[in-house]
Every structure is written in structure tokens, then in C-alpha cells.
Design a protein around this ligand. Structure first.
Ligand SMILES: Nc1ncnc2c1ncn2[C@@H]1O[C@H](COP(=O)(O)OP(=O)(O)O)[C@@H](O)[C@H]1O
Ligand SMILES: [Mg+2]
Length: 293
């Protein structure tokens, strides 16, 4: 891929559609998605389970090819895998037979980083991620929150600019989840690497994102884009208590519920949906609280 710069600037999905071939049948997953994410943005993506969120990430990472439209990186069509992406998969697997350090350096090993260098960076990261002293613990000895921290650190250490995080805190209990959300907010504040974060949790989407992309049920399209104006740095507990938060949450839940009631047929197909529909269906909700950014 030819690029004018070696730095990540933009990811753009232009009319991206996708169908799986299952047996002899074509199963449409993405009806048509337009989305642009620029450097240092923190974008969250929320949508019902099975709507095609992980499929969208696979398209953005270049692991799947769209069956319609185009994925562009820095303005150029993506061929092969996306060189800027650090991808934390939905079931972020740790290798149970490796210890914490061994799991953390895995991403760097894949990128061919020299062992000593990888280790030094990992030790620094472990301290920063609150995992010092756990280097030699086996993966199976860790709590759920620690496992996710190890997987997140592994993703961060690849030094890639565009972090694709697929429901990283989905399996955590409420308190651990809140701690991890605050941790991620603080971490973003430091290096402001671009994050696209998938969740099925409306609270989480609003708490973390500058912008929330609300997806329709499968085959999905962008139902709405919600600008979130809460100032950064963010304190999770303060944001969750803000009246503006409750307002936005109510709006978003209405969109999701109305859509799932009126649009989806029993066979999972959406009424009259197709690549032409997203633009007119798209609503935009804005709020002026916070920085107004
Ligand atoms: N390899 C595959 N072949 C066929 N269908 C698939 C495949 N992977 C996922 N699907 C289907 O595509 C839809 C979207 O999946 P996915 O992107 O994982 O949804 P989400 O992440 O939003 O829960 C689901 O209905 C799922 O069953
Ligand atoms: Mg998924």
C-alpha cells in the first residue's frame, strides 16, 4: 500500500457492506456503513448483540473484505491488513501455559521486536498497568480484571496508533468494569492514541466516547451518531451522575428499542433496508454540555 505519510490519520468506511456465505446461502451482516475516524479520537460503537459489530472491526482491520463499498486508510483503499491496527479481540485469549510477562510480550513477538527490547517495554508497561509482581503468575491464576488488563497491555505495547477494542470489559463484574473504564480513560489521556471501542452497553459507550455510533440490528447500518461533550480528563463517577448523561442515555435507549421493535422481521432481515437507506434513517443527536467539542 502506498502512503503519503507513515502516521495514521484517518480510517474511513464508505458504503461498506458485507455478507457471509454460510452453506449455500448468503447472510447479510452489514447493510451499509459510512464512518470516519480521525487520529486521537475516542469513538464508541454500540449495537445489539449479533448486529455485526465484530464483523465491522474485521473489515477495518483488513481481516475480511467488504462485499460492497470501500475501507480507506489515510485516504487510500485498504489492501491486505491494516498496518496501524492493534486489535483486541472479543474473546481476548491469554495463553494459559504462559505467565503474565510471556503473554504481554506476545504482540511484540509477532511484530518481530527483539526479545530484550520487548521485555524492557513489557516490564515498564506492567508497572504502569498495576501488574508489577505478577510477571511470573500463570494466566489461569489471574482475576477477570487482571486478565483484561494483561490483554489490554499486550494491545498497547504493539505501539500501533489505532486501537480496536472489541467489548474488552463485557465479562467483568460492575465494580471491576468501572475501574477498568477509568483506567482506560486515564490511559487515553496520556498518549491519545485513536480508539474505536465496541460495546453493547449504552452507559459504557457514553462514558468513554467523544462520539457514539449507534448501530441497527443485523444487517446493520448507522442508526445515529451521538456527540458526547463531557470534558476530558473524565472522572467516571462524575460523568455517570451528570444529568446530561441520563438524558443522552434515555435518547439512545429509545433509538435502540424503537428500532429493534419496528425494523426487524422474524427472519432477522430489516424492512426495506439496503445500501440506500442509512443516510435518510440516520438521526443525529447533539448536546452542548461539557467542552462542547
Ligand atoms: N464466519 C461466519 N459465517 C457466517 N455467519 C457469521 C460468521 N461470523 C458471524 N456470523 C454472523 O454474522 C452476524 C454478525 O456477527 P458479529 O459481527 O460477530 O456480531 P456482533 O459482534 O455485533 O455480536 C451474526 O448473526 C453472526 O451469527
Ligand atoms: Mg461481537
Amino acid at each position: 500500500m502506498s502512503r503519503s505519510s507513515d502516521r495514521f490519520e484517518t480510517l474511513a468506511l464508505k458504503g461498506v457492506g458485507h455478507q457471509f456465505r454460510a452453506g449455500g446461502e448468503l447472510v447479510p451482516t452489514i447493510a451499509g456503513v459510512d464512518l470516519e475516524v480521525g487520529r486521537s479520537e475516542f469513538v464508541t460503537v454500540v449495537g445489539p448483540s449479533g448486529c455485526g459489530k465484530s464483523t465491522l472491526f474485521n473489515l477495518a482491520a483488513g481481516l475480511l473484505r467488504p462485499t460492497a463499498g470501500q475501507v480507506k486508510v489515510n485516504g487510500e483503499p485498504l489492501e491486505g491488513t491494516n498496518p496501524y491496527v492493534a486489535y483486541m479481540f472479543q474473546q481476548a485469549a491469554l495463553l494459559e501455559w504462559r505467565d503474565v510477562l510471556g503473554n504481554v510480550v506476545l504482540g511484540q513477538e509477532f511484530l518481530g521486536m527483539p526479545k530484550g527490547e520487548a521485555r524492557a517495554a513489557a516490564m515498564e508497561g506492567l508497572a504502569e498497568f498495576g501488574l508489577s509482581g505478577f510477571e511470573r503468575r500463570r494466566a489461569w491464576e489471574l482475576s477477570g480484571g487482571m486478565r483484561q488488563r494483561v490483554a489490554l497491555l499486550r494491545t498497547y505495547l504493539t505501539q500501533r496508533e489505532l486501537l480496536l477494542l472489541d467489548e474488552p470489559f463485557g465479562a467483568l463484574d460492575a465494580l471491576t468494569r468501572l475501574q477498568m473504564q477509568q483506567f482506560l480513560l486515564d490511559r487515553w489521556q496520556r498518549d491519545q492514541r485513536t480508539v474505536i471501542f465496541i460495546t453493547h452497553d449504552v452507559d459504557e459507550a457514553l462514558l468513554l466516547g467523544d462520539r457514539v455510533i449507534v448501530l441497527a440490528p443485523r444487517p446493520t447500518y448507522v442508526l445515529a451518531t451521538v456527540e458526547v461533550g463531557f470534558e476530558r480528563p473524565r472522572n467516571a463517577e462524575e460523568v455517570l451522575r451528570a444529568p446530561e448523561f441520563t438524558e443522552l442515555k434515555t435518547q439512545m435507549l429509545e433509538m435502540l428499542v424503537v428500532d429493534s421493535e419496528s425494523e426487524v422481521e422474524p427472519d432477522g432481515s430489516a424492512n426495506g433496508s439496503g445500501p440506500g437507506r442509512p443516510a435518510e434513517a440516520e438521526r443525529s443527536a447533539r448536546q452542548d454540555a461539557g467542552s462542547g467539542e
